[in-house]
Design a protein around this ligand. Structure first.
Ligand code: ADP
Ligand code: ZN
Ligand code: ZN
Length: 817
């Protein structure tokens, strides 16, 4: 009898590949183990065993595998089941899912490879064109070999480009063939066995009187060991005794001290879990018991509690129960909300049982968390992580918490799999028969709708903890203020008054400037021309600090122009305003205050974000100007005033979710104000104070917002009433993408009739020299989702059988955002 395995390979192939194996290999191999397999003429890939069977493939001769890489599976059955679900639901390949799911250290390659660095908030605009091409390619392929880079850039010597990318922390390089995960070794010291007796020790100390520093080091070693009764790290000894490591080395050389190494987890918590969880107040108690009740009939429950109502403390109680049952907990947060504040809070309760998993962690750190979860280790009972932690190898999940569940960053936009982490986490939890708790002060319409339909349980808290009042929200009409000449730059007299008052009280201020649609654009006052990106259909953005014009879509940049390119006039004006400009104005208005800015530019680097948050916490900052980064899960005692500089561009953004998003964003930023006894104040500047959303924000009326928005979604057939799939076609020739998208839409219309919209050019029709066309498939509730997808795949296949269309790129985005 012959034996075969089907293997998932981390490339976008529609089908699994079959390889032949020997009898003994078949005996040894299990689903979820890695194998190295030959592919194509000369490539070697790491594959995951999906299936072991006896059926030879009919279409090709199965090759033999090259090597088995694991002794036990690194991916478990439930994960493979989840991968299947993701690939079917989000219409992508298992290879796509594998690439997203596994830490890249698990995907071994046979040559020098580069991959995207683990930092997510690389500001793409700092990359030169050639660097950007490589960086961009890494969004589609997790790894590139040197010769791939040569092909992309069409030149031989690419090492300088790679070097620059490494310096900008955009990529990392794996030098070695078959680089394996290297555990981190930590250096320890102890007293040499010769000095274990009292006498010999006394002699030693006497000898060392002439070397006081060495003597100090030995004494310190004693006192640390006596105190902690634990091994002593060289680094600790050096720090505590205030001696250099060279002195310790001298002692080692003299055989006074002995050095040794212990394998350490990189992700280690060294504190104690000495804090008991908080006694809940009545509202929290009620909410907790309602939640437990609701979990009796619902796998998923939504906790809708206003900002600072103490949701986190309720999560903690649920976590305690699940841990007592010996099960694992997944606690999902948007990347940006994963702050040191929250991490410390949970570690104080749960100590080293908390594992953190997010993109700022190195590959090695991620492997460590992976292995800890896989082995159900005591060090990873609670995984606190961002989007991609749904891919960890849980084997006994009891509870999934999705905090800030309304956040759209839970949806991966690019590359495939374009999954929504909240929805996928629910599927994962169901596979484990675990409960899912969604938490938010401003739930997504999707989740609230599901709760109203009784698909999810619903529990609400309307009071802040400690009876802190909700902030007082005031709308400021800037049209009127302009007319009455009561604006200084972008600041109304009301805002300035409140700022003066707040600073006088010794409190802090947050000014929020939405990034989207607020890029400062240069415009000629004579002819109205504004400089455009040569690669995309957008105006270039002015960056004062570098005196550059830049494209936020492709990274193109040039120095700021002195005169209009079209008419030569020097009368140029800045339209719109960004955080940078607000910061400048604040500094002029309040020269004695300490002002800081928090946006993509100022938070680069591993701890960039934490630094600013710490400074705010330590009250080293009086006024913080920032983008939506400010909105997430931060708890600052001393912030009393929040100013929203301009609400209108948020509201006018061309997207069917713009109103919902604006409501959420404004209430979340407002929630940063007045978290202690004193009532916080929020000022929202707008040209249109009568806008319904602004009225709903100022009265904190979620229900009104929900009803009104649902009405629109019903009328216009948008989610959550209808499901939708967005199909994007891209090509560098406009005519090609137009013909192709017409063909595609026509075929779809034959099946789905009036539920197809488009093809349409998006607001920015050309990005990086690729023209885009969108087609929207709207899917009524009663229509089978699976059948709809089948029909789309069929059309997609016939599309690619047309020779002319083969160079068109098609992106399927299910439940698009
Ligand atoms: P939310 O997650 O709803 O925004 P948090 O859980 O962060 O609210 O609670 C807000 C603040 O109130 C936090 O500083 C928290 O420590 C405090 N707090 C909440 N519940 C309690 C409690 N039962 N006892 C003491 N302090 C609490
Ligand atoms: Zn561009
Ligand atoms: Zn001009």
């Amino acid at each position: 009898m012959s034996f075969f395995i089907d293997v998932i390979i981390p490339i976008p192939l529609q089908k699994l590949f079959t390889y032949s194996i020997t009898f003994s290999e078949a005996d040894f191999l299990k689903r979820g183990m890695r194998v190295a397999v030959p592919f194509g003429k000369s490539k070697i890939y790491t594959g995951i065993v999906y299936n072991i069977h006896n059926d030879a493939p009919s279409a090709y001769e199965a090759k033999e595998i090259q090597q088995i890489l694991d002794e036990t599976p690194i991916v478990n059955d439930k994960q493979l089941q989840l991968w299947d679900w993701i690939s079917k639901y989000y219409m992508c390949t298992l290879g796509d899912v594998m690439r997203a799911a596994l830490p890249s250290a698990f995907i071994l390659e046979s040559e020098t490879v580069i991959s995207k660095s683990s930092l997510t908030n690389i500001d793409e605009s700092i990359l030169k064109d050639d660097e950007f091409l490589v960086y961009e390619a890494l969004h589609h392929q997790s790894n590139l070999k040197i010769h791939d880079v040569s092909n992309i850039l069409d030149k031989k010597n690419v090492l300088s480009v790679i070097k620059r990318l490494i310096e900008k922390e955009a990529i990392s390089v794996h030098e070695e063939v078959y680089e394996k995960y290297k555990p981190k070794l930590v250096r320890y010291v102890k007293l040499h066995a010769d000095y274990s007796s009292q006498d010999s020790l006394q002699n030693l100390l006497d000898d060392l009187t002439r070397a006081p520093k060495q003597r100090d080091a030995v004494m310190t070693l004693f006192s640390i060991s006596a105190q902690t009764k634990k091994p002593v790290k060289v680094s600790d000894l050096s720090k505590r005794s205030n001696t250099s490591t060279s002195i310790i080395k001298a002692l080692i050389d003299k055989c006074v001290l002995e050095e040794y190494y212990i394998q350490m987890d990189r992700v280690e918590y060294s504190g104690e879990d000495n804090e008991a969880s908080k006694q809940l107040n009545t509202y929290q108690e009620n909410a907790l018991s309602e939640l437990k009740d609701s979990f009796k009939n619902h796998n998923v429950s939504l906790l809708h509690g206003v900002t600072s109502s103490g949701k986190t403390e309720i999560y903690v109680k649920l976590i305690e129960e699940v841990l007592n049952e010996g099960r694992q907990v997944l606690y999902l947060l948007p990347e940006i909300a994963l702050t040191a504040q929250l991490i410390t809070r949970l570690q104080n309760y749960f100590g080293e049982q908390v594992a953190i998993f997010h993109s700022k962690y190195s590959v090695h750190e991620r492997v460590e968390v992976w292995n800890n979860v896989l082995h159900n280790s005591a060090k990873a009972k609670i995984v606190l992580g961002a989007r991609s932690s749904i891919f960890l190898p849980f084997n006994n999940l009891g509870l999934t918490i999705i905090d800030e569940e309304h956040e759209q960053s839970f949806k991966q936009f690019d590359p495939a799999p374009r999954y929504h982490a909240r929805d996928t986490a629910i599927v994962l939890a169901n596979m484990h028969q675990a409960r899912t708790l969604l938490g938010s002060a401003t739930p997504s319409l999707e989740s609230y709708f599901n709760a109203k339909q009784n698909k999810y349980g619903l529990v609400e808290i309307t009071k802040r903890f400690n009876n802190v009042l909700m902030p007082d929200i005031e709308l400021v009409d800037i049209k009127d203020k302009l007319k009455k000449k009561r604006m200084k730059g972008h600041f109304s007299d009301r805002l300035i008054e409140e700022m003066i008052e707040t600073l006088k009280d010794g409190c802090q201020i947050i000014l929020f400037q939405n990034r989207r649609g607020f890029s400062p654009i240069v415009e000629c006052n004579i002819c109205g021309h504004s400089p455009q990106c040569p690669n995309c259909d957008v105006s270039l953005t002015y960056h004062q600090y570098r005196n550059q014009l830049r494209c936020h879509y492709c990274g193109y940049n040039s120095t700021m122009i002195q005169d209009c390119i079209a008419c030569g006039s020097q009368d140029l004006d800045n339209k719109g305003f960004g955080t940078e400009q607000i910061e400048e104005e604040v500094k002029l208005l309040f020269p004695d205050s300490k002002v800081a800015r928090m946006d993509l530019d100022t938070t680069r680097g591993k701890y960039g974000y934490e630094k600013i948050i710490n400074a705010l916490e330590q009250q080293e900052i009086d006024i913080l100007v920032g983008t939506q980064m400010l909105t997430k899960g931060l708890d600052f005692r001393n912030v009393k005033l929040v100013g929203i500089m301009n609400a209108d561009n948020m509201l006018n953004f061309p997207d069917f979710r713009a109103h919902e998003r604006s409501f959420q964003l404004m209430l979340q930023v407002s929630g940063r104000a007045g978290r202690t006894e004193e009532r916080g104040k929020v000022l929202i500047q707008t040209y249109n104070p009568h806008h319904n959303i602004l009225q709903q924000v100022s009265t904190n009326n979620y229900i009104d917002m929900f009803n009104e928005q649902m009405n629109d979604r019903n009328n216009f057939k948008y989610p959550p009433v209808y499901k939708q799939i967005k199909i994007t076609l891209k090509h560098k020739e406009y005519n090609k993408v137009e013909t192709a998208s017409n063909w595609y839409a026509k075929s779809l219309r034959q099946v789905f009739k009036e539920n197809i919209l488009g093809p349409e050019s998006p607001p920015i029709a050309r990005i990086r020299n690729q023209f885009h066309k969108n087609i929207l498939v709207k899917i009524p509730k009663e229509q089978s989702l699976a059948k709809t997808k089948e029909a789309i795949i069929k059309i997609n296949n016939s599309f690619f059988s047309v020779k002319d269309f083969r160079s068109v790129k098609v992106i399927l985005n299910v439940d698009n955002f």
